[in-house]
Design a protein around this ligand. Structure first.
Ligand code: SF4
Ligand code: SF4
Length: 97
């Protein structure tokens, strides 16, 4: 799903390359091709295409990825507006994100 870019420089996605073991799971699960793996280490190549779904962090066995998931989805934005809080879709780790 290339070409769809969210707001620039607002994504919470963070990668700790020291922890990465190069398993490529983040490459496999990311719907927006945000990651690549080079020399057995992941690298973020399309940060602004991240929709903060959280799939990469949930599937990284080394806890090398951190992202504040749920804040980019429509449900999360609407919830935040209605409540006057940070956006959240309330799905938790076992839900849609
Ligand atoms: S899923 Fe985690 S350990 Fe595997 S390549 Fe991605 S960042 Fe590295
Ligand atoms: S949070 Fe979702 S869109 Fe963003 S890098 Fe991870 S898997 Fe890709």
């Amino acid at each position: 799903m290339n070409g769809f870019v969210y707001l620039s420089n607002v994504v919470t996605l963070a990668l700790d390359r020291e922890k990465c073991n190069g398993c490529r799971m983040c490459v496999i699960v990311c719907p927006h091709e945000v990651f690549t793996v080079e020399n057995r280490k992941a690298r973020i190549i399309r940060r602004d295409q991240c929709m903060e779904c959280g799939a990469c962090a949930l599937n990284c066995s080394e806890n090398a990825i951190a992202v504040k998931s749920g804040v980019g989805c429509a449900a999360g934005i609407i919830n935040g507006l209605l409540r006057g809080t940070e956006p959240t879709c309330d799905c938790g780790s076992g839900g849609c994100c």
